[in-house]
Design a protein. Structure first.
Lengths: 117, 111
C-alpha cells in the first residue's frame, strides 16, 4: 500500500529565510509519480510539480527546488528566499503506476507554511 | 488550455436539505473526473471518480452520490445533508496520466 508522510505539521519562518518541506513516501511499485501541490488561503490546490520514479534529477523553478532521493524515499521541497506570498499549506502526493489514472493518488496530511514579514 | 469550474463557491445549508454541486471542465475531452472532500484538519479524501459518462466509482460509503451526465460535467449530490457533510469540496480532472488538476472548490457549511 502506498503512503505519504509529511512530518512537519506547521513551519514558521521569517521572510527571506530558506525553508525545506519534507516528504517521505512508501510504495512497492518500481514505477510511480510524486507531486507537490500548494493550497493558499483561497483553498484552490495549485499543481507545482510532478516527478516520475525514473527521473532522479533535482529540479529548480525560480525560488522553488525539489530534491528527489530514491535511496531514502524522499521528495523534499525547498523555497529559497521565502516571501509572504509563499504562505500556504503544501501537500506532497504519490501515485503508483498500477493504480494510476482513475484512482491511486495518495496525499500527505500537508505542511502549513507561515512566512512572517 | 484547460480550465475547471466549480459552483457555487460557498454554500450554507440546513441539515436535511438536498445538495447539488457542479463541476465542469473546458478545453479537454473525455477526462477522468474526481470529487474530493477536505474536512477541517486538511486531509484530502477521494469521494468519487469517473472515467466516462455515466461511469461512477465510489471510494467510501456515505451520504453523497455523484453523476456524470455529460463528458465534461460532474455533479455531487445529496438527498439529505448531515452535519458531517460540512467541508471543502474539490473537483479535479486528469487525462489518466497520473497528473491531477483541481478546481477552485466549494465551501459547504451544514447547520
Amino acid at each position: 500500500a502506498q503512503k505519504v508522510t509529511q512530518a512537519q505539521t506547521e513551519i514558521s519562518v521569517v521572510e527571506k529565510e530558506d525553508v525545506t518541506l519534507d516528504c517521505v513516501y512508501e510504495t512497492r511499485d518500481t514505477t510511480y509519480y510524486l507531486f507537490w501541490y500548494k493550497q493558499p488561503p483561497s483553498g484552490e490546490l495549485v499543481f507545482l510539480i510532478r516527478r516520475n520514479s525514473f527521473d532522479e534529477q533535482n529540479e529548480i523553478s525560480g525560488r522553488y527546488s525539489w530534491n528527489f532521493q530514491k535511496s531514502t524515499s524522499s521528495f523534499n521541497f525547498t523555497i529559497t528566499a521565502s516571501q509572504v506570498v509563499d504562505s500556504a499549506v503544501y501537500f506532497c502526493a504519490l501515485s503508483e503506476d498500477s493504480g494510476g489514472g482513475a484512482d491511486g493518488l495518495t496525499f500527505g496530511k500537508g505542511t502549513h507554511l507561515i512566512i512572517q514579514p | 488550455s484547460q480550465t475547471i469550474h466549480q459552483w457555487p463557491a460557498t454554500l450554507v445549508q440546513p441539515v436535511g436539505s438536498p445538495l447539488s454541486l457542479e463541476c465542469t471542465v473546458e478545453g479537454t475531452s473525455n477526462p477522468n473526473l474526481y470529487w474530493y472532500r477536505q474536512a477541517a484538519g486538511r486531509g484530502l479524501q477521494l469521494l468519487f471518480y469517473s472515467v466516462g459518462i455515466g461511469q461512477i466509482s465510489s471510494e467510501v460509503p456515505q451520504n453523497l452520490s455523484a453523476s456524470r451526465p455529460q463528458d465534461r460535467q460532474f455533479i455531487l449530490s445529496s438527498k439529505k445533508l448531515l452535519l458531517s457533510d460540512s467541508g471543502f469540496y474539490l473537483c479535479a480532472w486528469s487525462m489518466g496520466d497520473h497528473s491531477r488538476f483541481f478546481g477552485p472548490g466549494t465551501r459547504l457549511t451544514v447547520l
